[in-house]
Design a protein around this ligand. Structure first.
Ligand code: CP
Length: 305
C-alpha cells in the first residue's frame, strides 16, 4: 500500500509511466471507464479548492468508481476537535483511497501513517502539492515534448507557493534545466528549497524582481497568485498582491514558443486578455490535472487495465 505525499516519492521512471498512462487515458477513455468499479475515493478538503477536489472526483467517476466528499473543515468532526489521525482511521473504514488537502504542513503524511489505505496529498499549507505538479508535468510534456534543457521562469509568490516548491523539485531531476526565480524580495524562494534542491544538485538559477527583463529568455513562464490566506497581516498582502500583472503588451517580449502556465486560481496576475494568446496553456493544464489524477489513482490502487 502506497501513498503520495511528496512528488519526489515518485521516481523519474514512475513519472514517465504516469505520463504514458495519462496519454493512453486521453487516447482511449472507454478502456478505463470501468477500471475502478466498486472502489471509493474520499476527498477530505480542510481548505477551499475548485480544481483539485473536483478533478479528483471527476477522475474517479470517469474510472467508474464512486466518491465520498468532504469539502470543508466546518462540515466534518474536525470542527469538534477530531484529530487528523482519527479522521483518517475513520474514513479508511468507508473508502479505498483518500485525497486530502489541509492548511497544516504534514497533515496528509499523518493521515497516511494512520489510514491503512493510500493517501494523496492534495496540498498541505505552503509545503507541497504533488498532484498539481503531475498536471504541470503533463502540460510541459504536451507543449514542449521534453523535460530537459528548459529555462523555466517562476513568478509571484515563491515563498508560500507550494506548487512552485513541488515543480522545482520535479524539474530539478532532469538535466540542463535552469530556473529564473522572479518575485518581490519578501516572497523569495525559501532558502531550504534553494540549498537542498538547487544548490545541492548544482542547478543554475538566478533571482530577480523584474519579470519583463526575464521574459525573453524563457521557455516556460509559471505564474502564481500572491496568496492572501498565507499572510499574517492584510497590509503586507495589499502591498504585494499586484507585484506582477502579465498583460498582452508585456507578453510581446516573450518568445513565440513560450508556454505560460498557472496552477490557478488567478486573481490579477494574468490579465484576461492573455487567455486568447496561444501561448497561454493554463486551462489545458486544468484538464491535464484530471488525466494525471486518473493515472495516479490507478497506480496507487494497483489496478491493471
Ligand atoms: N491549483 C489548485 O490547487 O487549485 P484549487 O485550489 O482550486 O484546487
Amino acid at each position: 500500500m502506497r501513498s503520495l505525499i511528496d512528488i519526489l516519492e515518485l521516481s523519474v521512471e514512475e513519472l514517465d509511466e504516469l505520463i504514458a498512462l495519462a496519454e493512453d487515458i486521453i487516447a482511449n477513455p472507454a478502456k478505463y471507464q470501468e477500471s475502478c468499479r466498486h472502489k471509493k475515493l474520499a476527498t477530505l478538503f480542510f481548505e477551499p479548492s475548485t480544481r483539485t477536489r473536483l478533478s479528483f472526483e471527476a477522475a474517479m467517476y470517469e474510472l467508474g468508481g464512486d466518491v465520498l466528499s468532504m469539502s470543508s473543515a466546518g462540515s466534518s468532526s474536525a470542527a469538534k476537535g477530531e484529530s487528523v489521525a482519527d479522521t483518517a482511521k475513520t474514513v479508511s473504514c468507508y473508502a479505498d483511497i483518500i485525497a486530502m488537502r489541509h492548511p497544516k504542513e504534514g497533515a496528509p503524511m499523518v493521515a497516511a501513517m494512520n489510514a491503512g489505505i493510500p493517501v494523496i496529498n492534495a496540498g498541505d499549507g505552503g509545503h507541497n502539492h504533488p498532484t498539481q505538479t503531475l498536471a504541470d508535468l503533463l502540460t510541459i510534456w504536451r507543449e514542449k515534448g521534453k523535460f530537459t534543457g528548459l529555462t523555466i521562469g517562476l513568478c509571484g509568490d515563491l515563498k508560500f507557493g507550494r506548487t512552485v516548491h513541488s515543480l522545482i523539485a520535479a524539474m530539478a531531476r532532469y538535466t540542463g534545466n535552469r530556473f529564473v526565480l522572479i518575485s518581490p524580495e519578501e516572497l523569495k524562494l525559501p532558502s531550504y528549497v534553494k540549498k537542498d534542491i538547487l544548490e545541492k544538485n548544482g542547478i543554475e538559477y538566478i533571482q530577480t524582481t523584474d519579470l519583463e527583463k526575464a521574459l525573453p529568455e524563457l521557455d516556460i513562464l509559471y505564474m502564481t497568485r500572491v496568496q492572501r490566506e498565507r499572510f499574517f497581516n492584510e497590509e503586507d498582502y495589499l502591498r504585494l498582491k499586484d507585484s506582477y500583472i502579465l498583460t498582452p503588451e508585456k507578453l510581446k517580449k516573450g518568445r513565440a514558443d513560450l508556454s505560460i502556465l498557472h496552477p490557478l486560481p488567478r486573481v490579477n496576475e494574468i490579465s484576461v486578455g492573455v487567455d486568447a494568446d496561444p501561448r497561454a496553456v493554463y486551462f489545458k493544464q486544468v484538464l491535464n490535472g484530471k488525466y494525471m489524477r486518473m493515472a495516479l489513482i490507478l497506480k496507487l490502487l494497483e489496478v491493471e487495465v
